[in-house]
Design a protein around this ligand. Structure first.
Ligand code: PBG
Length: 325
């Protein structure tokens, strides 16, 4: 047979040790942020039907939850609140006795070193379910900013370590940065949901957080899935306005965006592996159609490979168990 010349790529794949040695991307528990849904009331531990394994928890369940997370080595949580009462202005979002503010204080009491990231939005607190002030069915940008800034400051006052505004109003980063600075929180980073698409993948979250808009949709403030260049503009303006970390959301259908932002900017990037992405894998796993562990590790690695430094994921506990083994 004629001697052909070709590369022997398989040389570096021959043993597990060799494969580990040349691995370009590694997942660790340090990369993971676990979202928590805190609900007003007592003795509530309610599994979200579309998100098996994810619960709405009342404050009295926090101690067990935090103990479990600590044992697993998870070092960061992201908080969402479900209030008893909602109103037009979403006042529960910025009340010092709001559910998230109380949860932050409680977590900081239980475990000061656990990093608490507060999602800053109004949609869980407004009666109409939108992320800002509504006038004649329109979501009013600049008036909404005032409330987002109030929310961020009250979350920082309660002890949040990072503020993560997810409302997609224009100017939210600079407005919140100024409000935090004025209140003496110059050291609190902003993890901006800089690139947030209007996505059907948020469906199960809206069940979990009870935040489905009562009319219309979020397309006048969240981005169209058709757009790529607009994502670059969003990232650039949030960095200009003072964002310390950028979230790209959802994760899986937008890994091209993650890669492109990674190449253009040098700030830490966060992938939000959202509720619908979780629900799909869980449903298939429960049916026995896929190998859940292998799939979750593979897709989480893909987010890191695309450029994410950290990952917000409902799989954080499962991943921690698998990675610790
Ligand atoms: C609030 C918010 C949403 C998510 C995170 N923050 C919902 C939305 O914009 O409708 C979605 C997270 C997920 O689907 O896991 N604005």
């Amino acid at each position: 047979m004629e001697k052909l010349s070709f590369k022997r790529h398989r040389r570096l794949r021959s043993t597990a040790t060799l494969r580990a040695l040349i691995s370009e991307t590694n997942l660790t528990v340090d990369d993971l942020v676990y979202p928590l849904f805190i609900i007003e009331g007592e003795q509530i531990k309610h599994e979200v039907p579309s998100m098996p394994g994810v619960f709405q928890l009342s404050l009295d369940y926090l101690a067990t939850e935090i103990a479990e997370l600590t044992k697993l080595g998870i070092k960061a949580v992201m908080l969402f609140g479900i209030p008893k009462e909602k109103d037009q202005e979403g006042s529960g979002a910025y009340s010092d006795q709001g559910i998230v503010q109380r949860a932050i204080r409680k977590i900081k009491d239980l475990s000061p070193e656990l990093l608490v990231i507060a999602d800053t939005c109004l949609c869980e607190y407004t009666s109409h379910g939108h992320c800002g002030i509504v006038e004649e069915s329109r979501i009013i940008n600049d008036q909404s900013l005032v409330l987002h800034a109030k929310t961020a400051v009250s979350q920082a006052n309660a002890g949040a370590d990072i503020i993560a505004p997810s409302n997609m109003m224009d100017g939210f980063v600079v407005t919140i940065r100024k409000a935090l600075d004025d209140a003496g929180f110059q050291q609190i980073p902003i993890m901006s949901y800089a690139i947030k698409y209007a996505s059907a993948f948020y469906g199960p979250f809206r069940d979990a957080a009870d935040s489905t808009p009562k009319f219309g949709d979020r397309k006048s403030y969240q981005m169209s899935p058709a757009n790529r260049l607009e994502a670059i503009r969003e990232a650039a303006s949030d960095i200009d306005e003072g964002a310390d970390l950028l979230i790209i959301k959802p994760a899986l259908a937008y890994l091209d965006i993650m890669r492109e932002v990674r190449e253009k900017f040098n700030v830490p990037l966060v992938a939000y592996n959202v509720s619908g992405e979780y629900a799909m894998v869980k449903a298939a796993a429960i049916n026995g159609w896929i190998d859940e562990q292998a799939i979750v590790i593979e897709k989480t690695l893909a987010m890191k490979r695309a450029g994410a430094d950290l990952i917000i994921t409902y799989f954080a506990k499962d991943l921690a168990k698998w990675l610790n083994n």
